[in-house]
Design a protein around this ligand. Structure first.
Ligand code: ADP
Ligand code: FDM
Length: 212
């Protein structure tokens, strides 16, 4: 590749770990230093598929567990051409949740293997950096009550937290564990350093495919 591409940076972690706060701060900081960057989040609730997912999460609509897992993945695939286009244009993407949420949440339900959960997302653009915001359920609880959406219960979140541990052991991922119990500014500084390094490191590398 003769021109520079952007980096795909994903923030993951349990509810209230600080993903949205940090995504916004990271985008601001990278823009300030003159880097082209955009923020995205999954699920993207604005598309037709996203609206269905949103209704499911708000408990206004019931979907079978396999079916909803495939919809979450379809929601990423429908945005895949856009993601790829932006990255190729040199725009870095900061993404609030990705396929790792898909796997961690569905595999927290009974009867779902990690392998089955990973399959639909095989081949998506592979993140160049995953920032996993690690936070204990006790500290998360101090950050406020759960909302009323599906999955927002402490038992389920505990299982999700366990499922996330699988990715730490995957040598094909640039999976960075961040102590999300630190102050917003300290977490931001750490995340910014990792992100700037990733943007520099991958600029002349092709976009890789996830879990391939
Ligand atoms: P998430 O997107 O992971 O659910 P948010 O960014 O929405 O998390 O943050 C959840 C709540 O915790 C918000 O009220 C936010 O202001 C607060 N918060 C975020 N990061 C920190 C932090 N490092 N220390 C204390 N409170 C935080
Ligand atoms: N979620 C998110 C999934 O179950 N699968 C997925 O693939 C993704 C991306 O949806 F409970 C869950 C995780 C969370 C909810 O909530 C989305 P936020 O507040 O929009 O992140």
């Amino acid at each position: 590749m003769s021109h520079r591409r952007g980096a795909l940076i994903v923030l993951e972690g349990v509810d209230r770990a600080g993903k949205t706060t940090q995504c916004k701060k990271l985008v601001q900081a990278l823009r300030k230093s003159g880097r082209p960057v955009e923020m995205l989040r999954f699920p993207d609730r604005t598309t037709k598929i996203g609206q269905l997912i949103s209704a499911y999460l708000e408990k206004n609509y019931n979907l079978e567990d396999h079916a909803v897992h495939l919809l979450f993945s379809a929601n990423r695939w429908e945005l895949e051409p856009l993601l790829r286009q932006k990255l190729e244009q040199g725009v870095s993407l900061v993404v609030d949740r990705y396929a790792f949420s898909g796997v961690a949440f569905t595999s927290a339900k009974p009867g779902f293997s990690l392998e089955w959960c990973m399959n639909p997302d095989v081949g998506l653009p592979k993140p160049d950096l995953v920032l996993y915001l690690q936070l204990s359920p006790e500290v998360a609880a101090q950050r406020g009550e759960f909302g009323a959406e599906r999955y927002e219960t402490s038992d389920f979140q505990r299982t999700v937290l366990q499922r996330y541990q699988h990715f730490k052991k995957d040598p094909s991922l640039n999976w960075q564990v961040i102590d999300a119990a630190k102050s917003i500014e300290d977490v931001h500084t750490e995340i910014k350093t990792h992100s700037e390094m990733a943007i520099e490191a991958v600029q002349y590398q092709p976009i890789a495919e996830l879990w391939k």
